[in-house]
Design a binder for this molecule. Structure first.
Ligand code: MG
Length: 380
């Protein structure tokens, strides 16, 4: 069985997908409306086994889908073709040197490599990441609809389905609008685990009074009120408010996490495979946070169920990620997900798959239907 991991990778196929979404969403620094875009990569090994991965970017946050596609198509594909499927660490080290940034493309590549290895070896991806510490992950759904009543109707539906955590996206309109939403949510759902995310939406001058007002609603945490590089402003807010402050855009990977710990900018971090540039780097980010006594949360970008699955396997293998996850888009935001089976959510929690690889794979028909660009190449 182990020798099978030495078989060469013979195919690298790419799809740039445009996926319709069910509503507009306003987040601090940007809006998503109409569709979101991801890049899917499929690796094929000589024996016919396949592995899939997804690059989910957001142009105002991590990068563009065009950059992800180009990184995979031009710079990462030559590192993969002909290499043994099991050479994950060697390939990812080369990927780091081959193209700067493009963390979502590297995340897609490592996801596909681990999915492929898991399928060849007959084990789930979480087993390749050190083993499982949990089999269910509490799910948080984000509220970002400019229509408050629509969001409240969504919360009522979510409660019926067992979801007990919501994250309010704030800082897009005026402060009064956010206060009204928080008042309504607290009044109608007093037992809800409520979190607030500014997505960098506040200026350092206006942040403190606004964050203080939000803190009076006792959210579990307040996430990234100011722009990513403003470490001093984050540290001042953390000192001034007694609700935990979470870093998201300020911390992409382990290197940022070390700087964030030293600068004391946060009480916790939103760990994302797409920001970290892969599953193992996401794990390291969470571990550094935990070693410094900070909390960690499983965040995501605008992903399909395939993108979510990479995060699911990381959190399944990460005791440090204790605040649940936000893998809701596949079920509640995309008009249609691309997985062949529904993304596994039950009673307000994501269920960790225990079959080989990621545990689910994309429906080939969906890849063709939503593709705006493809690229196929086999080893010469
Ligand atoms: Mg965030």
């Amino acid at each position: 069985m182990t020798a099978d991991l030495l078989q060469p990778i013979t195919g690298v196929d790419l799809w740039h997908l445009k996926l319709p979404v069910v509503s507009r969403r306003d987040h601090g620094v940007g809006t998503v409306a109409g569709a979101c875009e991801v890049v899917v990569v499929r690796l094929t090994a000589e024996g016919g086994a396949t592995g899939f991965g997804e690059a989910a970017s957001w142009a105002v946050f991590t990068g563009s889908p065009e950059a992800s596609f180009a990184a995979l198509d031009r710079y990462l594909r030559p590192l993969v073709l002909g290499r043994p499927a099991g050479d994950v660490q060697a390939i990812m080290a080369d990927a780091e040197r081959a193209v700067a940034h493009c963390t979502e493309a590297k995340a897609a590549l490592e996801t596909a490599l681990l999915d492929l290895c898991g399928r060849i070896a007959g084990v789930p991806v979480w087993a390749l990441l050190g083993g499982r510490c949990r089999d269910r992950i509490p799910l948080s759904v984000s509220l970002a609809d400019p229509d408050v009543e629509a969001d409240l109707r969504l919360v009522a539906r979510l409660r019926e389905e067992g979801v007990g955590i919501v994250k309010l996206k704030a800082g897009v309109r005026d402060h009064a609008f956010d206060m009204t939403r928080l008042e309504r949510l607290r009044a109608e759902h007093p037992d809800l685990d409520l979190r607030v995310d500014y997505n960098q939406g506040l200026s350092p001058e206006e942040a403190l009074p606004r964050v203080r007002d939000v803190a009076s609603f006792r959210p579990a945490f307040i996430e990234q009120p100011v722009r990513a590089p403003l470490f001093d402003a984050m540290a001042r807010l953390r000192d001034a408010v007694d609700v935990p402050l979470l870093a998201d855009e300020s911390v992409f990977g382990p290197e940022d996490m070390l700087r964030a710990v030293r600068a004391g900018i946060c009480d916790g971090v939103s760990v994302k495979v797409m920001k970290a540039g892969g599953l193992r780097r996401a794990l390291r980010t969470a571990e550094i946070a935990a070693d410094a006594g900070l909390a960690a949360y499983g965040g995501d970008m605008f992903e399909t169920g395939l993108g979510h699955l990479a995060g699911v396997h990381v959190i399944a293998a990460a005791p440090a990620i204790t605040l649940g996850c936000e893998f809701y888009q596949a079920r509640w935001y995309l008009a249609d997900d691309i997985l062949s089976e529904p993304f596994p959510v039950r009673d307000g929690a994501v269920r960790v798959p225990d079959c080989p690889g990621l545990g689910h794979e994309p429906d080939p028909e969906a890849l063709e239907r939503f593709a705006v660009r493809t690229s196929t190449r086999e080893a010469a």
